[in-house]
Each structure stands twice: as C-alpha cells, then as structure tokens.
Design a protein around this ligand. Structure first.
Ligand SMILES: NC(=O)c1ccc[n+]([C@@H]2O[C@H](COP(=O)([O-])OP(=O)(O)OC[C@H]3O[C@@H](n4cnc5c(N)ncnc54)[C@H](O)[C@@H]3O)[C@@H](O)[C@H]2O)c1
Length: 324
C-alpha cells in the first residue's frame, strides 16, 4: 500500500478548488504532508470547515473563501500557482435533476472560469475532476475512455462539457489539461448525513445510528468503488505526467465492481451489525453497472490503485467509528 510519489519540484504551489470538500481536503492533506503549499478555493456550498480545520495555522496553507462562478475569485486564486487541481462542483445526480441550473452554473460556468484563469496564469498543469457518469447509457463493460454513451442527467452533461472544454483549452491555447474520470470515490471526510450523500457513507451513518438503510432498486446494480487515497495518487501522477497526457481523460477507478447488495453485506459484517436493508424504488438518472478499465491511466499516468476495495473499506469504516 505504498502511495505513489511522483517527481514534482521540491516546493510547488497547488490550488485545490473545492478544497473544503471530501476529495479536496484529502488532496490538501497529502500536498501539505509532502512540504508543498496549498491554496483552497471554496464557497462552502457543500464543503465543511471541519474538513480543513487541521490545516488552519499551517504556514503553507491558505484558505480563500470564494466562488468559481466569479472569474475574479478564480484569477486571484490562480496567482503564482504551479498546479491546479480543480475539484469544485455540485455533485450528485439527484441534486442535478432537482436543480439543473445550479449544477450548470457551478460545474460548467465555474469550470470555464477556472480554465480561463489558469490559462492566463500559465499554470504547469490543470488537472480536473470528471466522472464515470459520462458513460451514461453505454452498456459496455468495463468502461473504456473512448466509448461513452448518452448522458443520463444534468450532472453527467456538466462533466461531459467540462471534458470538452478541457480538450479545447489544450488544442486552442496549449493549456496542459488532464481530466480524471473518478469512479465512486469513498473514504474519510465524505459527508454522510446530507440528503445527497453517497452510498458508502450513507450506509455506515445509518447503521451506526442503529437504523436500516434504504437500497434503491433491487440492489443488483454494481459500482467500481475507489478509495480516496488512490484518487489523490492519480491527481499527483497527473501533475507529473508528460505531453501525451495533455488534453486527455483517464478512468480513475479500482478496476473491480461490487453490487450494492454485496457492499451492504460487507459493511454490515465489518460493523458487526445484523439489520436488513429496506428496498426502495430505483433512482432515475442512475447507470446500472459501472466498472473502470484503468489500463490507459496505468500506461500513461503510471497510476495504480495502491489500496484495494477491502483495504479502503476497512480504513474508511474505522475512521467513521472514531469520528462520527
Ligand atoms: N465523490 C465521488 O464519488 C465523485 C465521483 C466522480 C466525480 N466526482 C467529482 O469530484 C469532485 C469533488 O467531489 P467531492 O466528492 O469531494 O464533493 P464535495 O461536495 O465534498 O466537494 C466539492 C467542493 O466544491 C465546493 N464547491 C461547489 N461549488 C462551488 C463553487 N461554485 N465555488 C467554489 N466552491 C464550490 C463545495 O463547497 C465542496 O467543498 C467534484 O468535481 C465531483 O463532481 C466525485
């Protein structure tokens, strides 16, 4: 379980948009731990102060409360930055179906603003979070980067659009963009009590309260769950990647899939809790199966999932037990 240590200049400055969120705050922890500087740009729409509390007072950390929908905030945040890790977005398929305009504003307008600001600041890399949702209605398994389907939600459309802009900013302006299609990320600091919480923290949160979680549909849908430290590795690997990666997108997953029923059994077993789930209606906009082919990321980014699913799940559960 060695973390990937890419060759980056000794003291680099990273801008992490969405730095108070789940993935952003895990990125900042590793960046500061390696002796680099980190700036977090966040509007705290879904991010939380408690995620970044441990960094406050660190001389290498700067919090900028601001909004990527405002280009001036993006320009200020990009000043003298070497690497941009663009994570800020409104996540969740159901939220995007309820509020497509909000998703469009943060995820599409916000990403375009960040690309413009990063281009004008001549950053070394612009690494951005895309999503497995771009595979939409494609039935192919495992998912390969060149075979996407029709997007099934406004969230998926926002991520497809971000990728199009990412490629275009490399082609037109030479901005070294690299898109990472994350597959169902989980780990410490992921929100578990929000209405739009992801399935792993939702199951853990409910079970720890002695309540029965709801499984949408028959539970036979499957996902490629990816431990957050692997996603952090992928971002750092992308910062060190060479020209053949620019303008490209890469699947960042574990490379295995598990059904939601299988996931539920594992979590209940690790928590030593014997409660049956409640089965509810299927969610619209959800894909049935998801599984990443990670060969492109392995060969070009030198990414590999250092933590497998079981190792990640154990670490994640013990974090929730100690921190909830
Ligand atoms: N968690 C996953 O499984 C997953 C899967 C695929 C893709 N992604 C993508 O990864 C990125 C990070 O996701 P996460 O799970 O950490 O979500 P998160 O909600 O925990 O973090 C997102 C952060 O962005 C901030 N933000 C949102 N809109 C903003 C705006 N307009 N201006 C400034 N800050 C803003 C939020 O306050 C939050 O801190 C997102 O782009 C998401 O779409 C996540």
């Amino acid at each position: 379980m060695d973390n990937y240590e890419p060759k980056l200049p000794e003291k680099s400055k990273f801008l992490v948009t969405g730095g108070a969120g789940f993935i952003g705050s895990n990125l900042i922890e590793r960046i500061l731990g390696a002796g680099h500087e980190a700036v977090a740009l966040d509007n705290f729409s879904t991010g939380r102060e408690e995620n970044i509390r441990e960094f406050i007072g660190n001389k290498n950390f700067l919090l900028m409360e601001g909004d990527i929908q405002n280009i001036e905030d993006c320009r200020k945040a990009c000043k003298n930055v070497d690497y941009v890790l663009h994570q800020a977005a409104l996540g969740s398929v159901p939220r995007s179906i309820e509020k497509p305009g909000d998703t469009n504003d943060s995820n599409i307008t916000g990403t375009l603003n960040m690309l413009i600001a990063a281009r004008d600041s001549n950053v070394k890399r612009f690494v951005y979070a895309s999503s497995s949702s771009v595979y939409g209605d494609s039935q192919q398994l495992p998912k390969r980067e060149d075979k996407t389907g029709r997007p099934l939600s406004p969230y998926a459309i926002s991520k497809v659009t971000g990728e199009l802009y990412g490629r275009n900013f490399f082609d037109l302006f030479g901005l070294p963009t690299i898109g990472l299609r994350y597959f169902n990320v989980f780990g410490k600091k992921q929100s578990c009590y929000s209405a739009y919480a992801a399935v792993i923290p939702k199951f853990i949160g409910k079970l720890l309260k002695g309540e029965r979680p709801v499984i949408n549909g028959d539970g036979e849908q499957s996902r490629d769950f990816t431990y957050v430290e692997n996603v952090v590795d992928a971002n750092l690997a992308a910062c060190a990647a060479e020209r053949e990666a620019f303008g490209e997108v890469f699947n960042i997953g574990n490379g295995e899939r598990i059904s939601i029923n299988g996931l539920y059994s594992k979590i209940a077993e690790l928590l030593h809790i014997d409660l049956d789930p409640i089965y509810g209606p299927e969610r619209c906009g959800d894909v049935k199966h998801s599984n990443a082919d990670i060969s492109k990321a392995k060969s070009i980014l030198k990414y590999w999932p250092a933590y497998n699913f079981n190792e990640g799940l154990k670490l994640c559960i013990s974090w929730y037990i100690n921190n909830l």
